[in-house]
Design a protein around this ligand. Structure first.
Ligand SMILES: [Fe+2]
Length: 398
């Protein structure tokens, strides 16, 4: 077989020629006859092959994107692994040709009979359809990702939720809190033990549909998809209900578990924060500020990659956030944070907390086991993913 030498190819008949790796972009072969030619790894972008007779040719790994095969005759040829994005085969006759693992997309045009056998070695379904990329540039998502990974480590998004919905969630939890015998008995006891000023509420998804909404704010899902990878899951989802007089916490991170490590210890994964195993959201169900013990964060502290010491609250400048009801707080899971004491006598501070982790990390809480099946089935958004139902052991595509 002769090697192709640079020459004018337009409208010429070609036989027994090798074009391996040759760039033939935008060439014109209209009405030509091409027989026993090898175009392996050749570039044939925007090439005009309309009304050509192609017989016994190799196009393996060739780039045929946006090429024109209209009314051409393709016989006994090999198009395996070729790039057919945007190629036009309308009106073409294809016989005994092999398209195994060729890539095409929405803009590729096929002849009408392409799904019937038509003498093809493979059916269209065995080609790889490339999904159009979601190139929608969401500046807010990008900005939040930047703040969480390169900025101070947390982001307060005000007026994200409908305030009435959040108030409804607050009222639902309040009823549960007041049903707690110890809390109820001590409500008017001025000097009560402060442990009766707080209640954690779990299994939120079974309580009311509003909590199905609050576990999956769309903006957070888009942000975490970028930081934690596709199919990230939820590690915990609970409500922390703090009554007036509730004590604060020690500064901490939940990375991805907080109870197996000592204060001041380095995180077990030395990735310099370049690869995150945890992001979190906090949804305040009241206006939160210094007066009711809002959460405090230490700017840029994710860079330490360690669990804070108990006394770090005194020797670092933690900042308490101020956020009106309806806000959404997103944070890098390595960011040091703490719930501050609620020094008020009449202000409650309720919030829901969600932790999100890559799909290969074992969740702290088995939410999947405790959530009613029909709740997951009926959700059309992220719930099945968040509960790990999509996290299957990797299998090879057939
Ligand atoms: Fe925490």
């Amino acid at each position: 077989m002769k090697k192709y030498k640079k020459q004018k190819l337009n409208n010429s008949n070609l036989k027994n020629l090798s074009f391996i790796k040759v760039n033939l972009d935008k060439s014109n072969f209209e009405k030509s006859e091409i027989k026993k030619c090898d175009f392996w790894e050749a570039s044939l972008k925007k090439t005009n092959l309309s009304s050509t007779k192609i017989n016994d040719c190799i196009f393996t790994d060739a780039n045929l994107s946006n090429s024109n095969f209209k009314y051409s005759n393709l016989i006994n040829s090999n198009f395996t692994h070729s790039n057919l994005k945007g190629a036009d085969f309308s009106g073409a006759t294809i016989k005994n040709s092999n398209f195994r693992d060729a890539n095409y997309d929405e803009s590729t045009k096929w002849p009408k009979n392409f799904n019937s056998s038509g003498g093809l070695l493979v059916k269209k379904s065995t080609l790889n359809k490339i999904k159009p990329k979601m190139v929608k540039n969401n500046k807010l998502v990008d900005n939040i990702v930047k703040v969480l990974t390169k900025g101070k480590g947390y982001y307060v998004l005000k007026n994200y939720f409908n305030k009435n919905k959040i108030q409804k969630a607050q009222q639902i939890l309040k009823k549960i809190v007041l049903k707690d015998k110890k809390i109820k008995q001590n409500l008017d006891n001025f000097a009560k033990d402060k442990k009766f000023c707080q209640k954690w509420i779990i299994n939120l998804l079974n309580i009311d549909p509003i909590f199905i909404e609050l576990i999956q704010p769309k903006i957070a899902m888009k942000v975490f998809e970028k930081i934690l990878g596709e199919n990230f899951i939820c590690g915990f989802y609970e409500a922390n209900c703090l009554l007036p007089g509730a004590r604060g916490q020690f500064p901490h991170i939940d990375y991805p578990y907080n109870y197996n490590y000592e204060h001041g210890e380095d995180i077990p994964f030395q990735t310099n924060g370049n690869f995150l195993f945890n992001c979190q959201i906090l949804v305040p169900l009241n206006d939160i500020n210094k007066s009711n013990g809002s959460t405090a964060f230490l700017d840029y502290s994710y860079k330490f990659s360690k669990f804070p010491n108990k006394n770090n609250i005194k020797n670092h400048k933690f900042k308490q956030i101020k956020a009106p009801i309806g806000s959404l707080v997103l944070f890098n899971g390595l960011t040091w944070h703490t719930s501050m004491p609620n020094y008020s006598y009449h202000k409650e501070r309720y919030c829901t907390l969600g932790q999100y982790i890559p799909h290969f990390i074992k969740p702290m809480i088995d939410i999947r086991a405790t959530t009613k099946k029909n709740i997951v089935i009926n959700d059309k958004k992220y719930l099945a993913q968040l509960l790990g139902l999509k996290a299957k052991f990797p299998i090879k595509k057939k």
